[in-house]
Design a protein around this ligand. Structure first.
Ligand code: UDP
Length: 311
C-alpha cells in the first residue's frame, strides 16, 4: 500500500498505539512529537522500520512535511488533569495553534484530517449518559478550562475547515481509556491506584469516590478510531466503553486485582471534577459497527502486567 499518515503525539499513550496500528496495516507512518509528555520508549521499537519516520517537532510552530500525505491524526496534547494544570498554556496552544497549523497542512496536502477530541467537552455533564447531541456544561475559567476549551475550539475550527474549505475531517470524542504505555506519574486514577497498590501505599480516592467513569481498553479505542477514519462521517463520534463504575468501586477492584494490603484514603475532590461520565455509543455502533470487546477484568490484568514491568 502507498498511503502515508502523519500522527502527532506519536510518542504518547494513544499516539504510539496508533503508530503500531497503522504500521501493522501497511501504512507509511510519520510520527511527530515534541516529547513534552510523550516518551520515546513508547515507539523505539518502530525506529528500525523502513515505514516509520520520527520528527521531533512542536506542532504549535509551522509544520512542514515533505512529500504526499493521505491522512493526519492530531493526538498531541497533555491529556491528564495533572498535566494540563502544570502546562496550561501549552495545552491551549497545541489545541488551538497546533490544530490550525495541521489543518493548513491537511488543506495543502489534500489529506483527510482526524482530531482527538474528548469527553471533557461535555464538562460536568447534566445529561447522562452523554450523547454527541449534548453541548456540555463547561467552566471556561476553571482549572480544566484550558483543556476543555482548547478541545472545543479544536472541534469548531475543524468543522469550519470542513464547511468552508471542504476539507475531509473526522472528530472522535475519546472517553477515559487505559492500557499499557500510560504514564505511571500522569496523576490519572488508574496509574495512580496501580502504582500505589504495587508500592503498598494508601490508595488516594478523591472526594467520597461516588463520582463515576467508564474505562475503555486501549485496543478497543484504537479500533474505534481506525474505523472512524475509514468511514465517511464528518460529525463527532463518542468512542468509549459504557461500563460505568464509581471511583471507589474502581479502587476496590484494583486492590482485589493486585492483592495489596493497601487501604483507601480520601482526599479533597479536585475543582470541577465531573460527577458522572458514561458514553452513549449508539452512533459508533450504528455508523462504524463498533463496540468495545475487552471487559475491565481482562484489560486491567494486561495493564497490571505492564505496570509491574515498569515499576
Ligand atoms: N482520582 C482519584 N484519585 C487519584 C486520581 C484520580 O480519586 O489519585 C479520581 C479523579 O478525581 C476523577 C477520577 O478519579 O474523579 C478519574 O480521574 P482521571 O484523572 O483518571 O480522569 P478524568 O478526571 O479526566 O476522567
Amino acid at each position: 500500500m502507498d498511503k502515508t499518515i502523519l500522527i502527532t503525539g506519536a510518542a504518547g499513550f494513544l499516539g504510539s498505539h496508533l503508530c503500531d496500528k497503522f504500521i501493522s496495516e501497511g501504512y507509511k507512518v510519520i510520527g511527530m512529537d515534541n516529547l513534552l509528555t510523550g516518551s520515546l520508549t513508547n515507539i523505539e521499537h518502530l525506529f528500525p522500520l523502513e515505514n516509520f519516520k520520527f520528527y521531533h517537532h512542536d506542532v504549535t510552530k509551522f509544520v512542514h512535511v515533505p512529500g504526499k500525505l493521505d491522512y493526519i491524526l492530531h493526538f498531541a496534547s497533555p491529556a491528564s488533569p495533572i498535566d494540563y494544570l502544570k502546562m496550561p498554556i501549552q495545552t491551549l496552544k497545541v489545541g488551538s495553534l497546533g490544530t490550525h497549523n495541521l489543518l493548513g497542512l491537511a488543506k495543502e496536502k489534500n489529506a483527510r484530517f482526524l482530531i482527538a477530541s474528548t469527553s471533557e467537552i461535555y464538562g460536568d455533564p447534566l445529561v447522562h449518559p452523554q450523547s454527541e447531541e449534548y453541548w456540555g456544561n463547561v467552566n471556561p475559567i476553571g482549572p480544566r478550562g484550558v483543556y476543555d476549551e482548547a478541545k472545543r475550539f479544536m472541534e469548531a475550527i475543524t468543522m469550519a475547515y470542513h464547511t468552508y474549505h471542504g476539507l475531509d475531517t473526522r472528530i472522535v470524542r475519546i472517553f477515559n481509556t487505559y492500557g499499557p504505555r500510560m504514564r505511571l506519574d500522569d496523576g490519572r486514577a488508574l496509574p495512580a491506584f496501580i502504582g500505589q497498590a504495587l508500592r503498598g501505599e494508601d490508595i488516594t480516592v478523591f472526594g467520597d469516590g461516588t463520582q463515576t467513569r467508564s474505562f475503555c481498553y486501549v485496543d478497543d479505542q484504537i479500533e474505534g478510531i481506525f474505523r472512524l477514519l475509514m468511514s465517511d462521517y464528518n460529525y463527532p463520534v463518542n468512542i468509549g466503553n459504557p461500563g460505568e463504575i464509581t471511583i471507589r468501586e474502581f479502587a476496590a477492584e484494583i486492590i482485589a486485582l493486585t492483592g495489596t494490603s493497601s487501604k483507601i484514603i480520601y482526599k479533597p475532590l479536585p475543582v470541577d471534577d465531573p460527577k458522572q461520565r458514561e458514553p452513549d455509543i449508539t452512533k459508533a455502533k450504528k455508523i462504524l459497527g463498533w463496540e468495545p470487546k475487552v471487559n475491565r477484568a481482562e484489560g486491567l490484568k494486561i495493564t497490571l502486567e505492564y505496570f509491574k514491568k515498569v515499576i
